[in-house]
Design a protein around this ligand. Structure first.
Ligand code: ARE
Ligand code: CA
Length: 603
């Protein structure tokens, strides 16, 4: 592992801190078998963020802030998404097309997607639901409208002149369109499709951009997609990022790698993550018959892709679903299965694109009223596709969270387009890309038990029930199942069924206890890595009793020897959730009897 100071903005740094702390704690625990809350001294800074291993982003493309907020609470949080990426929030040129978002005219947080207050409320609601917000930031350029005009929020502007922000001298001198992508200077100093190219080498411009991004951080934003990063020298991007008020925010840069071009994604990996476009391109090739799924066994860096811990990956994004460089939702099962594979496969940080029907019109803006106001999104109406909510995709987020950092194991393939693999003792996927059913006995490293196949139905963590079919894993790790043509079967430790799971011998259990003073109307829950603790979903965690206030307590029976990571959360009257700060706590279920924990709330 490289020194963490060199690459401050990738998710791997955050994760590795948590992992090393967790490792230390686990060692302490193994030796003492009794935990107190004081063990974590050097915890990372307090934040409302849920614990460390989650890395899936839902991209709610062109959704209004009001609808993003609602979706965080109803769907993204419960599904376990770590981030929601929203479209550019700054003032932009007027017009009905989606791409007006990519033509800034000022840095006021007022756009067709909502005003500043709505944006702030959305960030706060999403964070309460355990979902951090990534803002798409357009900082390489301003508008492309040569005639000038008035922005969405009323700001007057001219091409190369944005009163109070930038004047002519703040733009690069090239002033013509990029024509030759093999010319580094031209790509970085001339105009991308007519968009006024900012002089990002200038101290003033860098400072002004950082002020905008810091404004978003002040509103609670915890990550940035940097649009058109390839069109700014990496040194310029690095300088801007070094000015951010919070060095732990997540950065993912749009640097499209292409054969024959001098500017490469690798130039930007020292700053943060970079979108790996070849990932989506390769998945299209493999899932449309250009290669066999069996060859995905080695999918990753050995295919010439970026190092896993620097790659932001997707099956499609808003550009590629319009230029068909990748699969799109029109590809049906191949698209769904590629997303399932992406979420199961331990490479990169995955983003699920969620768009709307375009009916073949490249420019078509998000569903809007007759007066041009973008309508709040409601899934499956008005053309909203809601890929983030498709059962197979939504449930694979839980699979990925349960799998955590476990490596792939027990790979199997039929030499063609039927594959299966596990993620250690946490999760197992069988994916059938062929036109005939797959019937076999699979070998896993999973503990024996009855699992919900989350491709065929949903697991209900409260009722501990499954609306789809179940799979019984035997003591030797095998299970037999039938996987229909062009479909998948997925099981994981976060979706095991009670009662049918072999009962823990000796009544093994943990008594969770935490001293926490709270205001009237608030309550404390324990949430953690196992199904019994809600698989990191606060709503599915275990409510503690206040009978011995200020110590809150509850007993949870779990299979003996299970290593659990957990945290306490405070729930206020209207359902808002506050996570305690610091690293995940760790405990191991005893062989029999009760392990009594006496923790102290970490504010
Ligand atoms: C619109 C109109 C234009 C008009 C312009 C200015 O379509 O005709 O000239 O406005 O008035 C988006 C849309 C554009 C839109 C623009 C501004 O896609 O159509 O232009 O907003 O409203 C390159 C860049 C890459 C960029 C892609 C699209 O390297 O950064 O082009 N992607 C991002 C966003 C886009 C966005 C912008 C940047 C601009 O994701 O959605 O544009 O903010 C090879 C190269 C790639 C190149 C690619 C396509 O693969 O390797 O580098 O990508 O070709 O040219
Ligand atoms: Ca530029």
């Amino acid at each position: 592992m490289e020194p963490s100071t060199r690459r401050p903005h990738t998710r791997s740094r955050h994760r590795s801190i948590l992992r090393s702390l967790a490792g230390t704690l686990a060692g302490v625990l193994a030796a003492t078998a009794l935990v107190t809350g004081a063990a974590v001294g050097a915890a990372p800074p307090a934040s409302a963020a849920p614990p460390g291993e989650r890395d899936v982003t839902a991209v709610l493309f062109q959704w209004t802030w009001t609808s993003v907020a609602r979706e965080c609470t109803s769907t993204l949080g419960p599904a376990g998404y770590a981030y929601v990426q929203v479209s550019p929030p700054q003032e932009h040129v007027r017009g009905s097309q989606w791409w007006t978002s990519y033509q800034p005219v000022s840095y006021r947080i007022e756009s067709k997607l909502g005003n500043r207050a709505q944006f702030a409320a959305m960030v706060s609601t999403c964070r309460s639901a355990g979902v951090e917000v990534i803002a798409d930031t357009v900082i390489n350029h301003m508008s492309g409208a040569p005639g000038g005009g008035t922005g969405y929020a009323g700001s007057p502007f001219q091409y190369y002149s944005y009163p109070g922000i930038y004047s002519d001298a703040d733009f690069n001198g090239c002033r013509r369109d990029i024509a030759d992508y093999r010319n580094r200077w031209e790509v970085q100093n001339c105009n991308l499709v007519g968009l006024a190219d900012l002089a990002t080498g200038s101290q003033y411009v860098r400072g002004r951009i950082a002020t905008y991004m810091n404004d978003l951080i002040a509103l609670g934003v915890r990550g940035f997609r940097i649009d058109a990063a390839k069109h700014m020298p990496a040194a310029d991007v690095a300088d801007i990022v070094s000015r951010l008020s919070d060095p732990s925010v997540y950065i993912v840069q749009e640097v499209i790698g292409a054969a024959g071009e001098p500017i490469t994604p690798a130039e930007y990996t020292g700053i943060g993550d970079v979108h790996e476009f070849n990932y989506g391109r390769q998945l299209k090739r493999v899932f449309t018959g250009g290669d066999r799924l069996a060859n995905l066994r080695t999918f990753g860096a050995t295919w010439g892709l970026l190092p896993s811990d620097r790659a932001g990956v997707f099956v499609d994004n808003h550009d590629t679903e319009r230029n068909f460089e990748t699969l799109t939702e029109a590809d049906g099962a191949a698209y769904t299965l590629a997303n399932v594979f992406m979420l199961a496969w331990p490479y990169g940080a995955p983003a699920v694109h969620s768009g709307y029907a375009t009916n073949g019109d490249y420019n078509k803006g998000a569903p809007q009223s007759s007066s041009g106001a973008v309508l709040d999104a409601t899934c499956y109406t008005n053309g909203w596709r809601c890929q983030h909510d498709w059962r197979e995709i939504r449930n694979m987020v839980g699979f990925r969270n349960a799998a955590g950092t476990a490596a792939t194991s027990q790979w199997w393939d039929n030499g063609s387009n039927q594959i299966a693999f596990g993620r250690g003792d946490q999760a197992y996927l069988a994916l059938n890309g062929e036109g005939t059913a797959l019937s076999r006995t699979f070998t896993t490293s999973l503990p024996a038990g009855v699992y919900c196949d989350v491709m065929s139905g949903d697991y209900d963590p409260t009722a501990r029930s499954c609306s789809g079919s179940t799979v019984t894993v035997a003591a030797n790790g095998t299970f037999s199942a039938n996987v229909a043509a062009r479909s998948a079967l997925a099981i994981h430790a976060g979706a095991m069924l009670d009662g049918t799971t072999p009962p823990p011998p000796g009544d093994a259990r943990i008594s969770f206890g935490v001293e926490a003073t709270t205001q009237w109307g608030r309550s404390i829950r324990v949430v953690g890595s196992t199904a019994a603790l809600g698989t990191w979903s606060p709503a599915a965690g275990v409510a503690l009793s206040s009978a011995t206030y200020p110590v809150w307590r509850a007993e949870v029976a779990m299979p003996p020897g299970t290593r659990v990571e957990y945290k306490y959360v405070r729930v206020d009257g209207n359902g808002g959730v506050t996570w305690e700060s610091g690293a995940n706590r760790v405990a191991t279920v005893p062989a029999s009897g009760v392990l009594t924990l006496s923790d102290t709330w970490r504010s």
